[in-house]
Design a protein around this ligand. Structure first.
Ligand code: ADP
Ligand code: MG
Length: 266
């Protein structure tokens, strides 16, 4: 069936699961994000110029969202520039310097932490997030510069998997670093009611632990919890879970940390 069990204990424990936590990006979704909208904050910045600046910064990032932005800029034949002082901000985004300008690119929290207001674009951003898009915000020299909306389709079998697990009496949860509105929308589409959103990479394993101990309050024993993930970020959570399950198309680190590998990513 394309399911690789790396040890016998995982096979045995998989039969006793009370809860299963799914990472969102690349696990419940295809992990092939695509830019669907670019909105510049206006004069003198055009949408193409914004995309070009952000792509220039993102070319140094390993994040899947970064790849989507770089691909879009290349598809539009925009000239990507060299950057200096690139700094990844885990769970938030990045900082870089391009032609003397300081660029901040990332989520809402990154903007909030740097006291950057979204001016006239807050409403559009909320609409996009409510529709399940991941919105990337950017600022140039401390001033809001615009947003880039990214879509990532849910896997065709995700809904059915959630339904089957729920029918078996297994609690299904979603775990993501993405913003709450986007996460809630995708979870809603799939029938998932327990959502851990805006979780920093270093906190993913703690969320697994939280669900494990939560079981003790209802059943007197810790819950047996599985974690399904694909990213480098997910590795500690996969190790913390009673059964760690990696997506076969995911990162080597995730497959290394997991007990079970879904070879067909299904
Ligand atoms: P996840 O992959 O589960 O969404 P991450 O912790 O990698 O979680 O990222 C959390 C959020 O931080 C992303 O959804 C995105 O909004 C923002 N982010 C992280 N890295 C980048 C980046 N390179 N460019 C833009 N946004 C980023
Ligand atoms: Mg992922």
């Amino acid at each position: 069936n394309g399911i690789l069990f790396k040890n016998a204990a995982a096979l045995e424990q998989a039969a006793k699961l009370q809860a299963i936590i799914f990472d969102k990006t690349g696990t419940l979704t295809e992990g092939k994000p695509q830019v669907v909208e670019v909105m510049a904050a206006g004069n003198p910045l055009t949408p193409d110029e914004l995309l070009r600046l952000v792509a220039s910064a993102e070319q140094s990032s390993e994040h899947p969202l970064a790849q989507a932005i770089v691909d879009k800029a290349k598809a539009q034949n925009l000239k990507i520039e060299n950057t200096s002082g690139f700094e990844a901000i885990p769970g938030h985004g990045l900082k870089a310097t391009i032609a003397g300008k300081t660029l901040l690119v990332g989520n809402r929290k990154l903007m909030r932490d740097n006291n950057i207001s979204m001016e006239g674009m807050a409403e559009r951003a909320a609409t996009l997030e409510g529709a399940g898009r991941t919105v990337i915000y950017s600022a140039v020299d401390g001033k809001f510069a615009g947003l880039i909306a990214i879509a990532d389709a849910v896997r065709p079998n995700a809904k059915q998997a959630v339904e089957k697990l729920t029918a078996m009496g297994v609690q299904v949860a979603m775990l993501t670093g993405d913003n709450r509105a986007t996460a809630e929308r995708i979870a809603g589409e799939l029938g998932i009611t327990t959502v851990f959103a805006e979780v920093l990479p270093g906190q993913k394993a703690d969320k697994v632990k939280e669900l494990q101990s939560q079981g003790a309050t209802t059943t007197g024993r810790p819950y047996m919890v599985a974690m399904v993930g694909d990213g480098i970020n997910d590795a500690p959570a996969l190790a913390q879970a009673d059964v760690g399950i990696a997506i076969g198309t995911g990162t080597d680190v995730a497959m290394e940390a997991a007990d079970v590998v879904l070879m067909k990513s299904d």
